[in-house]
Design a protein around this ligand. Structure first.
Ligand code: HEC
Length: 86
């Protein structure tokens, strides 16, 4: 899942980037039996505070999938798990 906010400078400290206006929520769901054309991943996006579903038909997933190609060797996922103190 990805929750995106507009990147905003903290008013009291200009080197601090904080979440500003909400942009969208995105999810990727792995189901190799279903989403064969897109590497076994289903994609969805909801835009704005109204959470308007993205895309006029199911073809929008090709836009998602093509942009995730640079991380094909990581099963199309950009984000690595965060490191936590032990
Ligand atoms: C312009 C290129 C681009 C497009 C188009 C795109 N993505 Fe991504 N996506 C990224 C990048 C880069 C990241 C990592 C961003 C970050 O960590 O801030 C990402 C991260 C994600 C993540 C978090 C998991 C991960 O891979 O790190 C999800 C979920 C996601 N995208 C879903 C979608 C969906 C759904 C669509 C289509 C509606 C989509 N993306 C279209 C580039 C793209």
């Amino acid at each position: 899942m990805l929750i995106a906010w507009k990147e905003t400078i903290h008013p009291a400290w200009e080197k601090t980037i904080v979440p500003g206006e909400f942009i969208q929520v995105e999810i990727m769901v792995k189901d190799s039996g279903n989403f064969r054309e897109t590497g076994g991943w289903g994609f969805a996006r909801w835009k704005g505070l109204a959470l308007k579903p993205y895309g006029t038909d199911a073809s929008f997933v090709h836009e998602c999938f093509s942009c995730h190609q640079p991380v094909k060797n990581k099963d199309y996922v950009f984000t690595d798990p965060s490191q936590l103190p032990k």
